[in-house]
Write a protein that binds this ligand. Sequence first.
Ligand SMILES: [Zn+2]
Length: 228
Amino acid sequence: MKLFILRKSAAIAAAAVTVLSAALGIACGGMARAQAVRPPVIVVDAGHGGVDAGVRGKNSGVKESDVNLAVARKLAGYFNQAGFAAVLTRKSNGGLYGLPVKGFKLRDMNARRDVIERCAADMVISVHQNAFADGTRRGAQVFFYPGKENGRRLAECIQRSLNGTALGDGKQALAGDYFMLRCTDAPSVVVECGFLSNAEDEELLLSEEGKAQAAYAIFAGAAEYFSG
Ligand SMILES: [Zn+2]
């Protein structure tokens, strides 16, 4: 734990340096040359929420939506500590759909897209947890939109980083057709931190330490993307 914290603060400081160069790149790359340099805006999306709990923990019954929110909050904290500007799509256990009546899922997804557009996101990270009928399947899995090169590179950075944690299972980033990947031109990934249908992953994701490690690995992978 102590080693994790030490490595963590060193890497956050290193990432803070890359924020400045990434911010300069954004300012010079767009028409913002005369405008003030702004830090990269990272939309951190906690998947599901409210009546949509997502999948459930096999042994604990924990809601995926709650695990997603806890990991997303930690992840946003790491970004902000390093000087990025993190924006959470949701900050509570509720969904973004208004009333849970007909069409709520579409309204929920559109509200997430609106957040991305409103803050002109430079990166989108959607946090989820996986589940599968076969309880032996485990490990972090990152998705990018097929054919989107920036998303693929980001997904590979985050996948590599997660593979170095207890949640890693040697998986490779995969293409996937998800709303959060196709609703923006910014590099966007869906991160399935682990399988709540697997006892080992579930135990890790129920612990504060496991959630912190997942969040930190996602942050470190994203920071690597900006520095590359
Ligand atoms: Zn999910």
